[in-house]
Design a protein around this ligand. Sequence first.
Ligand code: BGC
Length: 440
Amino acid sequence: MIGVIVLLTLFTLPAFPSGFKWCAATSAHQIEGNNNASDWWLWELFPDHIRNGDFSGMAADHWNRLEEDTALLKSLNVTDYRLGIEWAKIEPKKGHWDFSALAHYLEELLLLRAHNIRPIITLNHFTIPQWFLDQGGWASPQAPELFERYTRVIYETFGDLATDWITLNEPLGYLAGGYLLGITPPGLKDIYKAIPPFVGMIRAHAAAYHAIHRLSERYGWKARVGVAHHFKVYEAYNSINPTDRIGAILIDDLANVSFPRALWEGRLRLLLPGLLNIDIAVPEAAKTQDFLGVNYYERKLVKFNSESPIFYDLVTREGAPVSDLGWEIYPEGLGKIALWLSSAYPGLPIFVTENGLDDASDSKRVKFIRDHLSVIKAAIDQGIHIEGYCHWSLMDNFEWVEGFTPRFGLFEVDYNTFERRPRPSAQVFAEIAGTNGAGL
Ligand code: BGC
């Protein structure tokens, strides 16, 4: 009888492996406020840059609400919290270190540790100091050395307080927005101009990776370093149309594969027939990921369009369930990405560093969370090493070009009073996290 009960329990409770990391994620610029030495601060002042003319301003005023926001995390039962440290606040002028900003982050990290929440630190989440952009940003030959110097300051100061470090958030998303589509700083629309910052980001990541490991050995601290990559599932709009199929393969290679492959092989390889044929050795970047950060949101279908500058449109499947921004909700895609990563980069654990949706009415979030976690659980059961899940986002925040309209938070933020209110999905996520997935 007892055996039957145990068996039944095993089959009905989809508990995750012990030690699975339950996490919520944010970034500095999107919630802290007053990021006035960053490139986005200036960018947002232009009337046509941000939806409704929104301006990050005080964002969600997280800077002044550390205790309150740590309590939100605690109420979610998370084991980990992915947060950003803002380079523009730490080094607002080249070589000038702001000690009050360092002290502020120290307070935040100590608060998290005191509540038994492990910080996962992102060193760069899109925003850069304006002075760094003025001297060429990631395209500048000095970029790797300047990013390494900032990383060393941060790691020397906080290295004993965090084990997991993310150097760059979505470098390919950054390059696409800033150098191809021209919708984010520095606002360029030239694929050839994207190559120097592409190489610069690879080198900067490698420099930071090695610096953290050198220092962690010196001080006897444990450190793991990775990148939070942005992965979408790209599939042919018409699966029997060879042009759509080839487009999906090329776009997948450029938008998903090229960055992690470069960090695996130590060379940047890009091929877009008739447009790009790049092969640049970056040997110091080879094998510089201790885990693969996966930010996953949606699937896009690739449809040939001779009028489009890249000959293709990226469209959402008709009739698909979507978020408020119209992004397809496609949980199976996360399984496809995990399967690909586990075979392309054997031995590297996968960490879902972002997954979520904008859903102001909170009518889809619970199912979204459950379905994506079920896919993760199934992948783990197949032997794929997925070590944690960060929900994006802890609270509503400044959603870049979309301003304050999209609502990604487990907690709703009232931007007049900065009051935080839990959405019903926050309670569900807390139950799941608090039972290691048994409440799924
Ligand atoms: C970014 C976040 C952003 C989220 C939702 C991710 O690509 O890392 O900064 O808020 O997507 O758009």
